[in-house]
Design a binder for this molecule. Structure first.
Ligand code: BMA
Length: 335
């Protein structure tokens, strides 16, 4: 097991009740709960939790469920899934997605936009965009990225009249099997930035950040929805270190210029969370802490990250927003 990034906690501190959500807490029989989307909704913390069912629901082995909490630690989980694999719009026949995981959510004006992967047979995941105002149902908008692009992450507002997102395209080799989930031979995966007039048609693609840009990543690096702060766009990322066929998924942070997010104005070379606890190091896929977002509140000087651990549980880490932003402002940005 890769242990070289371990050390003292840095900026983010784990909740004493971790893992705060496990498969045993789930209202349905599940094998695991995965990485969750996160936002504030009606004054509560809202998570979009991907569950891996013991028994398929409507032929779906995974689904995404809404969970809400007053205190940010104890959650009520809705047993009715917001998404199953059959929520594709219906105009594209075939088994498109059976691996409904890693949702990212962004509030733009009064609407919450959710992007989740749709697994495309033989090709890897494309990105499916939905919108909701109540988290009771979600309306399908469109497929907004070709495979293999697991989950683009939307900025919460337009910049210079265009919607903006961070992408994480990658290459996959997938055997021609009906329900293949490609997971091998993924080449270096970097973060890109893209622009759109309407959230559906995207272009002006540019690479932004490479795996080797930070010490804890040499293989893949991926985004979460950027958060607006007074100092810039705060971006929580994950980085993957690969060595001798083993992996270590850590969480990091960067800061982008508010007016021009292609300018990285801060990047921590050190992780802010790396797997150390048994529920993070041992599991379905061990040595994984994985963020699909973060909740930052400037008035409370707080940032919370609800992270997936070992592809089995959800942990919570909390830090001072000002400390993270100061560290980013004092960091040496790559360019
Ligand atoms: C990534 C995604 C995540 C998962 C991680 C570790 O590629 O599939 O959902 O947590 O691998 O297995």
């Amino acid at each position: 097991m890769i242990t070289k990034f371990r050390g003292e906690e840095y900026i983010m501190h784990r909740n004493a009740k971790n893992p705060i959500i496990t498969k045993e807490d789930f209202p349905l029989e599940t094998n695991a709960v995965f990485n969750c989307g996160q936002t504030l909704f009606n004054g509560k913390t809202l998570l979009l939790i991907a569950a891996y069912y013991k028994e398929r629901i409507n032929n779906s082995m995974c689904g995404i469920h809404v969970a809400t909490s007053e205190d940010g630690v104890n959650f009520d989980i809705n047993p009715k899934p917001l998404f199953l694999s059959d929520n594709w719009s219906g105009d594209c026949p075939g088994l498109f997605d059976n691996w409904v995981i890693d949702p990212r959510v962004t509030k733009i004006e009064d609407t919450y936009y959710i992007i989740r992967p749709g697994q495309v047979r033989g090709s890897g995941p494309c990105a499916l965009l939905y919108k909701t105002k109540d988290f009771e149902t979600a309306e399908f908008v469109d497929c907004v990225a070709l495979p293999a692009n697991r989950v683009p992450c939307l900025f919460p507002e337009k910049i210079d009249g265009l919607y903006v997102r961070l992408d994480r395209p990658y290459n996959v080799h997938c055997p021609e099997e009906p329900e293949c989930i490609p997971d091998t031979d993924i080449l270096r995966a970097s973060i890109w930035i893209s622009y759109s007039p309407d959230l559906v048609y995207w272009g002006h693609h540019r690479p932004l950040l490479y795996p080797e840009s930070v010490s804890y990543s040499n293989w893949k690096i991926g985004p979460t929805p950027p958060i607006k702060t007074k100092d810039g766009w705060l971006e929580i990322i994950h980085g993957v270190w690969k060595e001798d066929g083993e992996f270590c998924y850590s969480i990091g942070a960067m800061l982008m210029d508010l007016k021009d997010p292609t300018k990285i104005i801060g990047l921590l070379d050190r992780w802010i969370l790396t797997p150390t606890e048994p529920f993070e190091t041992d599991g379905r896929v061990g040595n994984v802490v994985f963020p699909c977002g973060a909740i930052a509140e400037e008035d409370k000087d707080e940032i919370r990250i609800y992270y997936g651990a070992a592809d089995e549980h959800i942990g919570l880490a909390k830090g001072k927003l000002s400390e993270l932003l100061e560290a980013l402002k004092n960091s040496k940005a790559p360019y």
